[in-house]
Write a new protein. Sequence first.
Length: 427
Amino acid sequence: MELKIRKSPKIYGMVDAPPSKSYTHRSIIIASLAKGTSTLYNPLEAEDTLASAHACKKFGAKIEKKKGKWIIEGVDGKPSTPDDVLDLRNSGTSLRILTSVAGLAENYTILTGDESLRSRPMQDLLDALRPLGVEAVSSRMNGRPPIIVKGGFKGGKTIISGSVSSQFISSILIAAPLSEHGIELKIEGDFISKPYVDMTVDVMRKFNARVEFNPQKRIFHVEPGKYTGRNYQVEGDYSSASYLLGAVAAVGGELTIKNLPRDSKQGDKIILDILEDMGVTIHRRQESVTIECDGRLQGVEVDLHDSPDLLPTVAVLGALAEGTTRIHGVEHARFKETDRIKTCTMELSRLGVPVEEKRDGMIIKGGRIKEGTVYSHGDHRLVMAFTLIGLKAGLKIKDAEAYKVSFPDFINILLDLGCRLEVFENG
Ligand SMILES: O=C(O)C1=C[C@@H](OP(=O)(O)O)[C@@H](O)[C@H](O)C1
Ligand SMILES: C=C(OP(=O)(O)O)C(=O)O
């Protein structure tokens, strides 16, 4: 699919943020492991979260989808062995979290996905699972999926590097209460993307797990026990909202986005501070955010260590801003759906933007963009971020269907707000 974006007028209105992808994954998976029934309100129905839901059914959970809510009957701590390979498509979160869940099943589980997913690193997680009683290997012995997991999660002590993906830590934590002994998990090295682990602990506790973190020793303790089913409300997604906020920042206007709690644990709420630094006015309320902007931005310096998914948004806004934008602290953005430091650098350069690739970020000289065509490389966040350039300068995006991975209403919401987008299915 090709997305053609024409220069668009200022944006005015009020919209709901789409539901959080990370909270939807966690609540589906934990409700599926729980004793009893849970109702999830406002879950995200996107390709990635549907991959988690499909896999949870294969582990034996019953999931009934109704309008605006999913009713989940859990497996009471004992997932069954899936009757087929788990195809997790493009979803790293599903792949990583469900690898430890597979360790709770009796026999062998195979986890795989699309070409991008089969290039995502897994070795640190596989190594950390071994001392807990789980034999998990990469079928190609290259640390990448397909992953074969043999059940046997007994628990105990283990160590994991925190420098590649926080999803490894979330994975072990989520399965841990259902092991015989519980776990002690020590984090070594850098601890990137920590807010995602805070979200994991938040959901685990809501479903009655006992988990503690000692920040001095950098050790998590999880007690053995059961998750218990409950009603759970999924909050809005700050990462997805960054494209709506970014659209207003690009062309100007005033937009209120509902369902974005002020006290959220999502690291990506830092987008509000970044936009303020770029010269935009932000009004924060208990459950919503309003952005006001005249369409003029200035460059910023940002550390995305805790919020790697904002890299494409900030890179693109930097290209639209006056002056220089420096992004650093985010080498782990190289291990996502694409190497986002590389793909963002490549596509911005294609539009004549002076941009320098760094090991852990990028330097972008803003204010000079020519109309053109960019490639998404199959990465949802590139599609949505580059759309912002289109709204300001006109653009075509190839392989644009990837946005459905995390934000299937993205195009409709922008159209409703008066943005000039056209979809060419065979483009
Ligand atoms: O746990 C999660 O829900 C996520 C963790 C982050 O990954 P890393 O921990 O690999 O940075 C983030 O990039 C991803 O989109 C979602
Ligand atoms: C990296 C992402 O997700 P995942 O790791 O779940 O594929 C993302 O949504 O940007």
